[in-house]
Design a protein around this ligand. Structure first.
Ligand SMILES: Cc1ncc(COP(=O)(O)O)c(C=O)c1O
Length: 379
């Protein structure tokens, strides 16, 4: 079995697991219980993880809040800002190709009386900058655009979007679940005020993530969405999941050192796969250059993507798009937003390479898919 669904989730790096283990057994203290050494050693571990996550994205250590994952981080970012700045305005700008964690949170905010503008994208999945800037009004309290798309891998010019938002005095949030640990992210360079991060997309454990929140020049404030013990500077109550946080920290540290090499290999391997798919008329979905190196989203004209996935499922783990939206037969909202029609969207398949993927596996995977495409076309 070849696993090429790394946008859905990544396996745990064994080094990460090793680092986590003591915090699931003998070092079980609660980092908020500082009256004894159990709590103290847990707190030291959490702070080290915080520093590692901060270093990955060029943030200050105290600007990182731990959460249960990018879904919670996105919810906290959008709802937290909308509530905090309610006296300033009621308008949020986001993008049509965002993950459901952002889109459904925006839809919730609309139901509570806020206004949301969904900026369209071009055929490559790139945000229309003129429409984005034109949508900003004095009532706009947040611009939220993802750092890398989870389906087609397109990477928008995040720095430019941040600059435009800041020019109008509006905070900028980016969902970096697919970007952090894979491409260079720097909150200063890219004018980012709030950023969502997930551990299980970068070889860390599931159920843990982080939110970067700018503390100066200028500080951004959030209203909490959960109430309780006041952990994480009152911004995210609840006893910290110490082993998972330690895992996130280690995953971030490893990714920082590994991502440039991984991207170099993956870029040449996905190019080779795409060349092979050209033989059956495969068409690349997403931007040809500004894209995640380990992503390949291909449309096979005249062939149903789900039929390909089912045909190869005993040898190859690939998907039709976002696994995070559960079982659905709806065409991908990302591909539709990029201008594909429903039939074309259903003809698309997503590949996601990973740290442990070999070149041989990518060639084998492409051959398996080519066989399936030819077989289905003959039927
Ligand atoms: C872009 C993006 N945002 C958010 C999420 C949700 O992340 P989590 O599983 O950590 O809640 C995902 C997961 O696929 C994602 O790809």
């Amino acid at each position: 079995m070849i696993y090429l669904d790394h946008h859905s989730t990544t396996p745990l790096d064994p080094v990460v697991l090793e680092e986590m283990m003591p915090y699931m057994t003998e070092r079980f203290g609660n980092p908020s219980s500082m009256d004894h050494s159990y709590g103290h050693e847990a707190s030291v571990a959490v702070e080290e993880a915080r520093a590692r996550v901060a270093d990955l994205v060029g943030a200050r250590h105290d600007e990182i809040i731990f959460t249960s994952g990018a879904t919670e981080s996105d919810n906290l970012a959008l709802v937290g800002v909308a509530r905090r700045y309610a006296d300033r305005g009621d308008h949020i700008i986001t993008c049509a190709t965002e993950h459901k964690a952002v889109l459904d949170t925006a839809a919730y905010l609309e139901r509570t009386g806020r206004r949301v503008t969904y900026v369209p994208v071009d055929g490559f999945g790139m945000v229309d900058m003129d429409i984005l800037e034109g949508a900003i009004t004095p009532q706009t309290v947040l611009v939220s655009v993802m750092a890398a798309n989870n389906e087609v891998g397109t990477i928008p010019d995040i720095g430019m979007i941040g600059e435009v938002a800041h020019r109008h005095g509006v905070p900028f949030h980016t969902d970096a679940a697919q970007a952090a640990g894979h491409i260079h992210m720097d909150v200063e360079e890219m004018h980012i005020d709030i950023m969502s991060i997930s551990a299980h997309k970068m070889y860390g454990p599931k159920g843990v993530g982080a939110l970067y929140v700018r503390s100066m020049r200028p500080a951004v404030r959030l209203d909490p969405i959960m109430y309780g013990g006041g952990q994480e500077g009152n911004q995210r109550s609840g006893t910290l999941n110490v082993p998972a946080i330690v895992g996130l920290g280690k995953a971030a540290q490893i990714a920082q050192g590994a991502m440039a090499d991984e991207a170099r290999w993956h870029c040449s391997w996905t190019k080779q796969m795409m060349d092979m798919f050209g033989g059956v008329g495969g068409v690349l979905n997403g931007h040809p250059e500004s894209r995640l190196a380990h992503n390949l989203n291909v449309r096979f004209p005249g062939v149903d993507g789900k039929a390909i996935i089912n045909t190869v499922s005993d040898r190859l783990a690939i998907s039709a798009g976002s696994a995070c939206t559960t079982e659905t037969v709806e065409p991908s909202h990302v591909l539709l937003a990029m201008g594909l029609d429903e039939e074309e969207a259903h003809q698309s398949v997503r590949f996601g390479l990973g740290r442990y993927t070999t070149h041989e596996e990518t060639v084998r995977a492409a051959e398996i898919v080519l066989d399936a495409v030819r077989g289905i076309s003959r039927q």
